[in-house]
Design a protein around this ligand. Structure first.
Ligand code: XIL
Length: 345
């Protein structure tokens, strides 16, 4: 059975594509993408450090190729991401002496970046993750360079610039850990603020980077409902489920032998034991059941990669681990629970 076909009346099913790993050098992966998914998002190549590595020097080759690929296969395409504190080039925030630029200069750089990128793909990219990860887990604004230099207005300004560049494009705010109540409330406050100011916002993205234990289904459901109550689309934008111990918790503990440390956090190097595979499958099924229950609110469910070997989770938050977070294994074979997800729809 074909994933995108059985989910066709529910929501788009998408995958994040990484240029090196997917279609260029990996025909097996691209076959899976073309067979099972009807939506794509660029994992990295549309981020500002790649699109504008130096001031006014734009690099379009990879993003152009991504968009051409999506068009060729009639994919629903999402642009990721215009304004994010991470993977932004350092020059963006500083003057020639390395000091922070003024508010006006940073706003002008935002405008130029957003206008250039969005207008290049006008009418081709369906929607943009305009701002990514601007709210902290406690619901407050992240103290990023954008926030420090411009203040909270950088968010409405980013949406306004994107709208100017492509009035037809959908505009999204995207973040992780959206099931945390304080964070959920912060995002709702932000969206309301934009709406009240008459700024277009079409959707709220829940990244859905999960582990086997954290993030409760109940809290996730509240987030889906609260976001939908704003009258915007809800989307699952970056789903994966790590089976590994959460490494961040251990960071800060005495760390003398990083190789040994990394090994201790890499328990399934050879293969994933059956009980863990089942646990992973159950977790995916639980989340997909929830998404299906709210299919009237959810417009898209995108996985953050295709096969396990491609996943950023092998290298985050520490490098060199063997994770199994996606729907397809290292040979791009569907995992045993893939048929359960098919049967659910
Ligand atoms: C990640 C990519 O998957 C990695 O390849 C890259 O090194 C770092 O960024 N939230 C986001 C994504 O919005 O852009 C991030 O993607 C994962 C977390």
């Amino acid at each position: 059975a074909i994933f995108k076909e059985v989910y066709a009346d529910r929501f788009y099913v998408g995958a994040a594509l990484n240029l090196e790993q997917i279609w260029e050098q990996n025909p097996i992966a691209s076959k899976v993408v073309e067979q099972h998914f009807n939506s794509i998002v660029a994992e990295n190549c549309m981020k500002s450090m790649f699109m504008q590595p130096r001031e006014d020097e734009f690099y379009f080759k990879d993003a152009d190729q991504f968009v051409a690929y999506g068009e060729k296969h009639d994919m629903h395409m999402v642009g990721h991401t215009l304004i994010w504190h991470s993977q932004a080039p350092r020059w963006f925030f500083s003057d020639k002496e390395g000091k922070d630029v003024s508010r006006d200069v940073l706003i002008e750089r935002m405008r130029n970046h957003i206008h250039t990128v969005v207008s290049r793909y006008k009418g081709r990219i369906h929607g943009w993750d305009v701002v990514n990860e601007a709210i902290l887990d406690n619901g407050e604004y992240r103290k990023s360079k954008f926030y420090d230099i411009i203040g909270e207005d950088f968010i409405p300004l980013a949406f306004q610039f994107a709208h100017e560049a492509d009035p037809e494009a959908e505009l999204y705010y995207n973040d992780y850990s959206t099931a945390i109540p304080a964070k959920r409330a912060g995002i709702v406050r932000l969206a309301r603020k934009l709406q009240k100011a008459g700024i277009r916002i079409d959707g709220l993205g829940m990244q859905e980077h999960h582990g086997l234990t954290h993030a409760s289904l109940e809290e996730t459901e509240k987030t889906i409902n609260d976001f939908a109550d704003l009258g915007v689309k809800v989307m699952v934008t970056e789903m994966d489920i790590s089976v590994l111990p959460h490494a961040r918790r251990h960071v800060g503990a005495e760390l003398t032998d990083t190789a040994a440390y990394s090994k201790s956090l890499d328990p399934y190097k050879e293969n994933l034991p059956e009980d863990k595979m089942n646990e992973l499958g159950n977790r995916y099924v639980d989340f997909f059941k929830l998404y299906l229950k709210h299919q009237d609110k959810i417009s898209r469910v995108t996985l953050w990669g295709v096969g396990d070997a491609d996943s950023w989770k092998n290298d985050w938050p520490i490098e060199g681990r063997t994770d199994y977070p996606l729907l397809f294994d290292r040979d791009y074979e569907p995992k045993p629970f893939f048929k359960d997800l098919i049967d659910l729809a």
